[in-house]
Write a protein that binds this ligand. Structure first.
Ligand SMILES: [Mg+2]
Length: 216
């Protein structure tokens, strides 16, 4: 049996920090989205995670899959725009690879890779997006591929996640220099150049929360 490297508490702490992140970076996401979109990204994330915060005490005793399904459902129910439903879908699928775990069980590094893959894959599918289109996929797909590669080569989970995060941040930075092929920013054409994609930015911050909470 592979060793459990991330315990149940880790997965609750991540969500607690995502709630804080959505408040702390609200204005920043609004500014990014105002430049090339409709300016609702900060508000939407804040709205969604406030709903998560209200319900969190009730969900804490569920297993990881049910816990994240409830987080995802809250985002799907509360948040409009495109980012809310995409992140909602991410969390709905995130725990599926470990759905048979008990309420106190954590996950192995390999299981964590599978969980991230489910989440990223559903965002690609729902958003009909691939790398190079100035979306959150530009952060998430290269990060996920790096995570998988690093874990498969035997690196400890925190080191693997650091490599994934750095790769995701490079992906985020790459959105500055490309024309959008999805969403409202598409209409701007060349004028979107010079601006980061707001979804790619929040995705990098979300990956950072997953990294920061990992035990050394
Ligand atoms: Mg928007």
């Amino acid at each position: 049996m592979a060793e459990e490297v991330l315990n149940k508490e880790y997965f609750i702490n991540v969500v607690n920090d995502l709630i804080d992140l959505a408040e702390e970076k609200k204005d920043y996401y609004t500014d990014l989205d105002s430049a090339i979109g409709d300016g609702d990204h900060g508000f939407n994330l804040s709205l969604g995670f406030r709903e998560v915060e209200r319900n969190l005490p009730e969900w804490k005793d569920e297993n990881i899959n049910t816990f994240y399904k409830k987080v995802g459902q809250a985002l799907l129910d509360k948040v409009g725009g495109s980012s809310g439903p995409l992140y909602g879908s991410f969390f709905m699928k995130f725990g599926l690879p470990v759905k048979t775990k008990g309420a106190d069980e954590g996950v192995t590094a390999e299981e964590f890779v599978d969980m991230m893959e489910r989440g990223v894959a559903i965002i690609e599918k729902r958003g009909k997006a691939k790398v190079g289109e100035k979306t959150m996929v530009d952060t998430l797909r290269p990060a996920q591929d790096k995570l998988k590669e690093a874990v498969e080569s035997g690196k400890p989970i925190k080191e693997a996640m650091k490599e994934a995060l750095d790769t995701g941040k490079e992906g985020l930075e790459s959105t500055r220099n490309i024309v959008a092929k999805k969403g409202r920013a598409m209409r701007l054409g060349e004028r979107a150049i010079g601006h980061l994609d707001p979804g790619a930015a929040s995705s990098a911050d979300i990956l950072e929360v997953f990294y920061d909470n990992m035990p050394d």
